[in-house]
Design a protein around this ligand. Structure first.
Ligand code: G6P
Length: 462
């Protein structure tokens, strides 16, 4: 249909883009500052120079930038009505689809799909349509488009209708729900999501398990995957970037500060997460508490350094969870602390350099999500670890498929089992720890972000 095709040969679409804008103070014509994001997707996509990244305006600063016509080269930010975006992002994507794929509902009470959900769903459709229309406008004839994640499940089907000349891919960064759980969604919505995604030529998932779950859903609900190809691309950590970044002075500085805070001759259990319901931070703290209870000889000999960075704070359930994490950490400290030893050090202010310092210092890394698409922390720690680090890893993390053999594997609901695993990790001989760390680092960096993206483009064009 569109008679005026754009010029972009490779297009990427995601809710969160590579840049965000902050409006300075000052009165008239306040300056706008662009802040480049450093996420995994940003580094993955940097391997293709000539591309257009279509993303949503997320903040007031972003919206102001779009209105003033300010943009970064290679980025088109969509100024979607703030209420529509809030319904689509907070209401549908993060409160429903994220909950379904991570199996986070407390089912006696939720979910409950009534008129409010239907209203939010209409916004989700409008928001997806805005992306599809922008992509249709920007894409050159025969261009390649890669759509990202659960925010944009309807885009492939909508875009296919607008432009049947395009090669369309979709990649899911989350787990995919088992079919019986996915079918909690109203039938028409479940069908719409599956059909929307199957509008793509190819769908990508982080693990075989998530890809198979999608295929099950499509087969049971629609009778098949209607010719759409499905592939697995297990995103790995970026070894070169991490090693270089972890050696810089700001990381050294934070490492010295952390060492001073922990105290000499103590072992360190580290976790680094967004304060995210699926990350299972509270059970992790309870496991550590149980360890101190059941193995009193470890008291004063170990510190749990927990970084839990606030996330999705527009949602009450995330705010409550954030409070609960602090409360539990404090209760452990008030129960066990003695002068000169604080058993839990909790930091909530996001600081990438300090996270890297903690990775270097860790004797044990705790990665115990209820469910996780991949979990890159599990892959990053072994790469920068100074002296070897034992990985205590949930079998429900996507990373388990590649790292399961050399990690100490836990059932994330089993607090007692996790406490035992943490103890075993602290007890492990340094030689064994170092050997395992080496193998974990190799496995976790097998598919670096740039190659991960290039592989997807090649598979899509194949
Ligand atoms: C997960 C999702 C991403 C998302 C990220 C951060 O990794 O798969 O799509 O960007 O969480 O969440 P946020 O809601 O802050 O974008």
């Amino acid at each position: 249909m569109a008679s005026t095709h754009g010029a972009a040969e490779v297009l990427v679409a995601s809710n969160r883009g590579p840049v965000s804008y902050v409006v300075g103070d000052g009165d008239d014509g306040a300056a706008i500052e662009a802040k480049r994001g450093g996420g995994g997707l940003v580094s993955a996509l940097s391997v293709v120079d000539d591309k257009l990244w279509v993303c949503a305006a997320l903040t007031d600063g972003d919206r102001e930038a779009v209105r003033r016509g300010i943009s970064e080269p290679g980025v088109r930010m969509l100024d979607i009505d703030a209420d529509v975006h809030a319904d689509a992002y907070n209401g549908v994507a993060n409160s429903v689809l994220w909950f379904v794929h991570h199996m986070l509902y407390q089912t006696p009470l939720e979910p409950s799909f009534g008129p409010e959900f239907r209203r939010q769903w209409a916004s989700y459709e409008a928001y997806n349509r805005a992306f599809a229309e922008a992509l249709a406008e920007e894409a050159a004839p025969g261009a390649t488009v890669v759509v990202q994640d659960y925010h944009l499940t309807l885009v492939p089907g909508m875009l296919r209708e607008l432009r049947d000349d395009l090669l369309i891919g979709h990649f899911s960064h989350t787990p995919w729900a088992p079919v019986d759980y996915f079918r909690m969604l109203p039938d028409d919505i479940a069908e719409q999501i599956l059909k929307g995604m199957l509008g793509a030529d190819r769908l990508g998932f982080l693990t075989r398990r998530w890809a198979d779950a999608f295929t099950d859903c499509a087969t049971r609900i629609l009778g098949g995957t209607s010719g759409t190809r499905i592939g697995v691309h297990g995103l790995g950590a970026d070894a070169d970037f991490l090693r270089e970044r972890a050696g810089r002075p700001d990381v050294e500085e934070r490492l010295a500060a952390l060492r001073a805070q922990v105290g000499a001759d103590r072992q360190v259990i580290v976790r680094v997460d967004r304060t995210e319901l699926s990350k299972n931070i509270v059970r992790g703290l309870r496991s550590y508490e149980l360890l101190l209870e059941t193995r009193p000889e470890l008291r004063e000999k170990v510190v749990h350094v927990a970084f839990a960075y606030p996330s999705r704070q527009d949602l009450a359930v995330y705010r409550d969870y954030t409070d609960e994490v602090s409360r539990v950490a404090e209760s452990i400290n008030s129960r066990f602390a003695v002068p000169g030893w604080t058993p839990v050090v909790l930091h909530v202010k996001d600081d990438f350099a300090r996270s890297l310092a903690a990775y270097r210092l860790a004797d044990v890394a705790l990665v115990n999500p209820i469910r996780d698409g991949m979990n890159l922390v599990a892959k990053e720690v072994p790469v920068v670890s100074d002296e070897g680090c034992v990985l205590v890893l949930s079998r429900e993390a996507g990373a388990f498929e590649e790292l399961g053999e050399d990690a100490l594997v836990v059932n994330p609901y089993d607090v007692s089992g996790t406490a035992v695993a943490l103890g075993a990790a602290l007890d492990m001989a340094v030689e064994e720890r170092a050997e395992r760390t080496k193998r974990l680092a190799a496995a976790g960096t097998a598919l670096p972000p740039g190659q991960w993206f290039l592989d997807q483009l090649a598979a899509l064009r194949d």
